[in-house]
Design a protein around this ligand. Structure first.
Ligand code: BTN
Length: 248
């Protein structure tokens, strides 16, 4: 991971660039980083504000030998890697809100966008995009963003080296991802996701296309899916959707 790193001043989206490079044959582990994204993308078709020089806007190209249905595991591995990496640097209470948000002081500092290209039953490539608000002043965030998002600088009260963060995250990612590819094992990642989870044990609201349910988040499965207990006591598995946790 990271044996080839492409660094751009300004591009539309590192995920777009990574997908383009992957489709042209870029190797597993290739990394795209940009100082600024002019068309940063978030989940569910949202835009991801990515100003110059203050954040980490990065994508990793992966070519795991897995079925497309397993792609969500990559998001869990990445969330575990980002949380562990950030903890090493800032030692703060860094939490994971299932499935893909990293939370400090109840607000989001990082989002993960996993995109997949598959043929029939095998993955061609996966691009995992990581966006971290590092050194921006939250007063510059739009009002509605400020309520739900924060930056590392705002949390720890000092500027933090983006380079060190990238280094620690890639280090953790390398370890957790190779455990997965060599041993077909994401136990370690799931353990980390459980340990740092801000979702488990809480009442959650899950919105997806069909419905909105209120339930208690009780566990993560070995595959990284959320287990919830609904109001009639029935236990269900959640694959995706938008989760909100009370108070976060
Ligand atoms: C989310 O929480 O909605 C996911 C946000 C992902 C943002 C990152 S920034 C680097 C990469 N390039 C993009 O266009 N998006 C991801």
């Amino acid at each position: 991971i990271g044996s080839k790193i492409y660094h751009f001043e300004s591009i539309d989206s590192t995920n777009n660039m990574a997908k383009k490079m992957a489709s042209e044959g870029a190797a597993e582990g290739t990394i795209i980083i940009a100082e600024e994204q002019t068309g940063g993308r978030g989940r569910l078709g949202r835009t991801w504000v990515s100003p110059k020089g203050t954040g980490i806007w990065m994508s990793i190209i992966l070519r795991p030998n897995i079925a497309p249905t397993e792609a969500a595991k990559i998001t869990q591995i990445t969330a575990a890697a980002v949380a562990s990496g950030l903890r090493k640097i800032i030692g703060e209470d860094v939490g994971i809100k299932w499935p893909n948000d990293i939370i400090i002081h109840r607000k989001k500092v990082c989002g993960i966008l996993t995109e997949l290209s598959a043929e029939l039953n095998s993955v061609n490539y996966i691009v995992v995009g990581i966006g971290i608000n590092v050194n921006m002043d939250t007063k510059d965030f739009p009002e509605e963003v400020r309520r739900i998002a924060t930056s590392i600088k705002a949390c720890v009260g000092r500027t933090v080296s983006r380079k060190n963060i990238v280094k620690e995250i890639l280090h953790s990612f390398e370890e957790l991802y190779s455990d997965f590819t060599y041993n077909k094992n994401i136990k370690k990642s799931i353990e980390i996701c459980k340990k740092y989870s801000v979702t488990l044990g809480k009442e959650v609201k899950i919105k997806n296309k069909e419905k909105e349910v209120v339930a208690k988040a009780i566990d993560l499965t070995e595959d990284g899916q959320l287990l919830i207990k609904n109001q009639s006591g029935v236990i269900e598995k959640v694959f995706s959707g938008e989760v909100s946790v009370r108070g976060i």
